[in-house]
Design a protein around this ligand. Sequence first.
Ligand code: NAD
Ligand code: DAO
Ligand code: ZN
Length: 369
Amino acid sequence: MEIKAAVAHAPGKPLTIETVRLEGPKAGEVMVEIKATGICHTDAYTLSGKDPEGLFPAILGHEGAGIVVEVGAGVTSVKPGDSVIPLYIPECRNCPYCLNFKTNLCQAIRVTQGQGLMPDSTSRFSIGGEKIHHYMGTSTFANYTVLPEIAVAKIREDAPFDKVCYIGCGVTTGIGAVINTAKVEPGARVVVFGLGGIGLNVIQGARMVGASQIVGIDINPARKELAEKFGMTDFVNPNEIEGDLVPYLVDLTKGGADYSFECIGNVEIMRQALECCHKGWGVSVIIGVAGAGEEIRTRPFQLVTGRVWKGSAFGGARGRTDVPKIVDWYMEGKINIDDLITHVMPLEKINHAFDLMKQGESIRSVVTF
Ligand code: NAD
Ligand code: DAO
Ligand code: ZN
């Protein structure tokens, strides 16, 4: 069938809205009508050409929500009409990773997903016979996409697509990093570096679990008001303090953070995030994705003296199991998504969403179809 998609033909070039041919779902696959998709920093990272795994031409987008319209042979867990959220980390419930409670990194389709292909090593997208790559196994910048069954989370039917699409990445990544990866406990002192689409969700996760102090750090002063609404207790603009940031934060948190989160993708700040942690027990979680080839550094004595460095992908969440629960939290008013969706636009304006992100004007832009 013919679909409408925003196509990334080359790094650094704007997306172009085009008619694309989409093949139907094969065995174990589902076709989803995408109703809404968020635009995340990671899409911009890949489009910029800094992503070493970035493939072109491709249909980007990994933060969507929609309705199943067709299923391939053998699909049992979803049916046409079901509301779903695509998952860039699938959950097969059968591979050694899924069977190990320590990780959410299902590897069932990892190789072909990294090649921009479906599990049978072919693409469902083409233009004039030319193959167009899938992206992160999701390709949500299109009104229809095809996904493996193990890469969709079935969600409740009354959930609004233009809000819960954000659970497909940013909300789950931020809240999940607090709950699943760091396991922040009530009363903890938390420091969050970067108050964008991810960091603000770390803040709301920290408030949910009862953190007593939540310090937010950003060079954009406009982020202060919204972060306070989400639970931030102290704001620090690194450009406005005298002296080094790390001792300033150690002092502010009465000896160091119990938990810190890097939500920027800057390796220098990852070091500050580790070193502002409390001696003996502070845990620093890297969420931000750094540029290709970049490396983190610290003095090993920081680790010898009890600080712990961790990373988190998709908030440590197992998508088919955890995403429906997070949708329930939203529907029950336990988490706030509405205030983070600052812009809504049609697919034709998607390049504007990238501009807004670069200019620090948006938290989340959502494209609706
Ligand atoms: P964003 O652009 O919305 O937010 C980044 C924030 O950091 C902005 O508010 C910006 O002003 C601030 N900032 C930039 N430089 C700074 C500095 N030097 N000091 C202090 N603040 C600074 O981005 P986002 O969508 O929130 O994504 C954040 C990072 O998380 C990106 O690297 C993204 O690729 C990554 N990410 C990771 C995962 C994961 O699963 N690990 C998932 C999604 C996104
Ligand atoms: O299993 O090797 C693997 C990779 C799984 C994907 C992890 C991606 C998380 C970070 C990228 C940001 C997502 C928007
Ligand atoms: Zn698996």
